[in-house]
Design a protein around this ligand. Sequence first.
Ligand SMILES: Nc1nc2c(c(=O)[nH]1)N[C@@H](CN(C=O)c1ccc(C(=O)N[C@@H](CCC(=O)O)C(=O)O)cc1)CN2
Ligand SMILES: NCC(=O)N[C@@H]1O[C@H](COP(=O)([O-])[O-])[C@@H](O)[C@H]1O
Length: 189
Amino acid sequence: MRIVVLVSGTGSNLQAVIDAVASGELPNVEIAAVGADKHGTFGVQRSADAGIETFVVNFKDYDDRGEWNHALTEKCLSYEPDYVVSSGFMRIVGEEFINAFDGTYINTHPALLPSFPGAHGVRDALAYGVKVTGCTVHIADAGVDTGPILRQEAVAIDEADTEESLHERIKVVERRLLIATLADLAAKA
Ligand SMILES: Nc1nc2c(c(=O)[nH]1)N[C@@H](CN(C=O)c1ccc(C(=O)N[C@@H](CCC(=O)O)C(=O)O)cc1)CN2
Ligand SMILES: NCC(=O)N[C@@H]1O[C@H](COP(=O)([O-])[O-])[C@@H](O)[C@H]1O
């Protein structure tokens, strides 16, 4: 099963996937490429260091969001992936992309969807005062963090939690869910 992974930042969850592929934990998964929406991400750097092909479709190079979306769609299609995985990719993709990867665009989100969608799921859960949050792996559609849920797990919030401490605990769970989801999908491919 060939995947393209999209990142915007650190890529620590991506690193867990890279490690799982390298260790044989995901024997039927090949990371065809890792892409980003901006230059200089550590996610792209660590992928290049691991010998994985990388690309950037820089959002700021496009006057029009539709043109960026078209370029990203074409670039991802060029790798002929079975799945595209958003792993900390912080741009909403439009209908052309969703139609091209209909049912095969996977997103990880650091909250228990449908609660706290959007760019600040951890911050929003803390601000609301919920006592339990978590993470979700789902098939993304044209909405923001909507679409069928594949895996989900709760994480308790401590009174002393900051956004950073809570996000780090969520990511530990998120990595496990993402790898388990990829194993499920590869078994069916
Ligand atoms: N069509 C979809 N695109 C994306 C989804 C999705 O479910 N459907 N998930 C996101 C990831 N995501 C959370 O999981 C997310 C990322 C970013 C945003 C957002 O509001 N982005 C702003 C830019 C924010 C910024 O630059 O600070 C934007 O795109 O204008 C919401 C949700 C991946 N894409
Ligand atoms: N709404 C999208 C969103 O918030 N995504 C989140 O960004 C983090 C990326 O961490 P990483 O770059 O260290 O893997 C992850 O927690 C992911 O769920």
